[in-house]
Design a protein around this ligand. Structure first.
Ligand code: TRP
Length: 362
């Protein structure tokens, strides 16, 4: 059987460079690798509503932002199916049946959901829809028989939950569902890109994001503002790499070619780090270098975005067509699921014949 990718994002804001190194960049490579039979990329609006149900306008308006970010990064609707979760009603049906296979205590153990409940002050009254979103995410993944789910490590509990549901379903009913594997970013810095303030993660509420759609000047200003090493006061002072946001970003973004082009005095990142640690390398110099690296990566993304922004109705059309394709795939899986669960009464002539015989008529 072929390899199939499914992944997605909640449309609660524009995507930032953390999304880019954590997942988007990889998706585009996978899409273009020729190794996958199908690639499904989903805008998870229904999941976003589980904790934004009072703010539907936010979710609604961010769908186009996420779609533009996808397209500008190089996700290509001729190679990948881009679609909107809520438009695939089959996902709700699958979720409903999968709910039979998961216990409340199992959901309570999900560390990502636990952390989110804390963060959102949901402790006192957790919406059921939010609490059960890992089950709905299992529906997202299995509806497309995805083998591979490129995500950040915060999503590992969802993949594990999905695998458990698949195993349980297949053992009770029939071998219909496929157990997916997560595909994590290949370097540590990309997995958890901090905000420009050095805080844990980029987040809109902290105002520490570099967005894919930021202007060249925005990006430059944010890089120049970046948190480095508070102990590195004079250029001659020895500096620290650990927790130094500029170096974390260089770990995630810089390539050997960037050194040849912008920092020819250094063979590579290791040499730059050594110099910084020894002392004598100023923050402004490393920030200028990071700015060049980021601008080189983001310029083509920005340019493609500007092109797609010229025809917004066409972007909605891409999502509509993608949703039609996705619905067909999900409907096929749902039909198999219902057959395996013996709830396909009207398609089952054998059942009708048997029940007729029981009553001795016909
Ligand atoms: N939970 C994911 C996030 O917050 C979004 C998502 C929804 C997803 N369904 C998915 C990711 C299925 C991968 C596969 O980013």
């Amino acid at each position: 059987m072929g390899k199939i990718i499914l992944t997605g994002d909640r449309p609660t804001g524009r995507l930032h460079v953390g999304h880019y190194v954590g997942s988007l960049r990889r998706r585009v490579e996978l899409q273009n690798s020729g190794e996958y039979d199908k690639t499904f990329i989903m805008i998870a609006d229904a999941q976003a509503l589980t904790d934004n149900f009072e703010n539907p306008e936010k979710v609604r308006l961010n769908i186009i932002e996420v779609a533009l970010d996808y397209l500008s990064c190089g996700l290509d609707p001729t190679k990948s199916t881009l679609f909107i979760q809520s438009q695939i009603q089959e996902l709700c049906e699958l979720t409903f049946y999968y709910m039979d296979l998961v216990t409340v205590s199992r959901l309570q153990r999900n560390p990502t959901v636990k952390a989110e409940i804390k963060m959102r002050d949901f402790e006192a009254s957790i919406p059921v829809g939010f609490f059960t979103y890992p089950i709905s995410q299992a529906a997202d993944i299995t509806a497309f028989k995805a083998t591979t789910v490129p995500v950040g490590d915060d999503q590992l509990p969802m993949i594990e939950q999905t695998r458990e549901i698949v195993r349980k379903f297949n053992s009770i009913y029939d071998e219909v569902l496929v157990e997916p594997d997560a595909l994590l970013p290949d370097n540590e810095a990309s997995m958890r890109l901090p905000g420009i303030d050095g805080k844990q993660k980029m987040s809109k509420s902290l105002g520490n994001c570099i967005y894919l759609s930021d202007t060249e000047e925005d990006v430059r200003a944010k890089v120049m503002d970046m948190y480095t090493d508070p102990l590195h006061i004079k250029v001659s002072d020895p500096g620290h790499i650990e927790g130094n946001t500029v170096f974390t970003y260089l770990d995630a973004f810089s390539k050997p070619e960037h050194f040849a082009e912008y920092m020819p005095d250094y063979a590579g990142l290791e040499e730059l780090k050594e110099h910084y640690k020894k002392g004598g390398l100023g923050d402004v110099k490393i920030k200028r270098f990071l700015n060049s690296v980021l601008q080189e990566e983001l310029a083509p993304i920005r340019a493609r975005r500007a092109e797609f922004e010229k025809d917004i109705p066409a972007v909605y059309d891409i999502l509509k067509e993608g949703s039609d394709v996705a619905r067909e795939t999900a409907a096929n899986t749902l039909a198999e699921v219902k057959k395996a669960m013996k709830i396909d009464y009207f398609e089952d002539e054998e059942l009708i014949r048997m029940q007729s015989e029981k009553y001795g008529k016909n």
